[in-house]
Design a protein around this ligand. Structure first.
Ligand code: NAP
Length: 345
């Protein structure tokens, strides 16, 4: 950081324990609590410093101390920004909690985000990896993003095509903006269509709705079912620290998919519109012998092999060693590469 007075919203030498859901130890040289674009403008000049945006800390592995400036996004606000015959337009600040936003839209009678209930993290982090669950992606509901351009020191708007969304991917990841915070999401505007239709095709969700005898569920009932399914399968980070799905579900060519299906006829996979095959990474990990297995103080969760958990006081290096061991085992068994989802800081 240049030798000039720190703005009052920047703190030096900050303990990061408790700021990431994997509960790994580490300190940040500087941390700025960002509540407005004006504060980002003030920091735009500090370009010599390494920067990183921290949302809910649910997609980060701390490998140790961070010698740069962390932007802790705390921009608040949720509002109905507009409405026309086709849709409601809802805007939310980047620092809002994602799940609370979903519940708030439903309570207001604006359906459309229910399948994405209980995904951890903040609103601002959601478009970076185009969060998705149970057949719905954020991209299906995105209208635009308000972004702060740290290079030029001014805000700009990205419409949906400019976000270049794909499966758990966006222009932020494609350009590396999620690593150096050159462009920071400050708010997100959603388009929630009024001709809402339930999306209940995924097996786990369909089974839960059937169990509840809901043949024609409304959006709130779908959210409740999603919450129930996720709560059963995924550990609460407050109890068992974790970062959700640790690996992406690999999407392989039709040719590789064919080979895998010959090798394992019961392989859970789904054909993509482009003919490629999306494979359940959790299944690969389980078959490779890592479900419920530990390495040091970390392990792959017993109820969902895709989730890496901190059994207590682990270091970032232990997380990375386990991730590597799992990747190696899956590669040896299936010749498929698993890509970690969280960013290693
Ligand atoms: P799951 O429902 O067991 O699904 C495993 C894999 O099979 C996923 O790749 C899923 O695709 C695919 N799949 C299942 N049913 C499908 C269908 N009817 N059509 C097409 N593809 C289908 O996965 P899980 O681990 O228990 O997670 C539940 C949901 O939460 C999944 O949708 C998962 O992607 C999502 N999730 C998202 C994030 C995130 O956004 N970062 C993190 C954790 C979990 P999809 O991945 O396309 O759904």
């Amino acid at each position: 950081m240049p030798a000039r007075a720190l703005p009052d919203f920047v703190t030096a030498d900050v303990d990061l324990a408790g700021r990431t859901t994997l509960a790994l130890p580490g300190r940040a040289a500087y941390l700025a609590a960002i509540r407005s674009c004006r504060q980002l403008a003030q920091l735009a000049g500090w370009q010599a410093t390494r920067r990183f945006v921290l949302g809910g800390g649910s997609n980060v592995v701390l490998s140790g101390d961070f010698d740069g400036l962390l932007l802790q996004m705390a921009i608040a606000g949720r509002e109905l920004a507009g409405e026309d015959a086709e849709a409601w337009y809802v805007r939310a600040g980047a620092g809002e909690n994602w799940h609370q936003l979903v519940l708030w839209t439903l309570a207001n009678g604006w359906p459309g985000l229910e399948n994405l209930a209980l995904i951890p993290g903040t609103v601002g982090a959601a478009p970076i990896q185009n969060i998705g669950a149970y057949g719905l992606e954020l991209g299906d509901r995105l209208q635009s993003l308000e972004v702060f351009d740290m290079d030029r020191g001014r805000p700009l708007q990205l419409d949906r095509p400019a976000c270049r969304l794909a499966y758990r991917d966006s222009v932020f990841k494609q350009q590396g903006w999620h690593l150096d915070a050159r462009r920071v999401v400050t708010s997100v505007t959603f388009r929630l269509p009024k001709n809402w239709r339930p999306l209940t095709g995924y097996a786990d969700l369909a089974a839960e709705l059937e169990r509840r005898q809901l043949a024609r569920p409304d959006a709130r009932q779908i959210a409740d079912a999603v919450i129930a399914v996720r709560s059963r399968k995924l550990p609460d980070p407050a109890v068992v620290p974790n970062a959700g799905s640790f690996f992406q579900n690999p999407v392989v060519s039709a040719e590789i998919g064919e080979r895998l299906r010959r090798q394992c006829p019961d392989l859970p996979c789904h054909v993509q519109p482009d003919g490629r095959l999306k494979i359940a990474a959790g299944w690969l990990i389980e078959q490779a012998g890592w479900k419920g297995r530990d390495l040091g103080r970390v392990g792959m969760y017993e109820k969902q092999a895709l989730v890496l958990v901190n059994r207590g006081s682990a270091l970032g290096s232990e997380v990375m060693a386990l991730a590597q061991a799992v990747q190696d085992a899956v590669r040896r068994r299936f010749a498929v590469e698993l890509t970690p989802e969280p960013v290693v800081l």
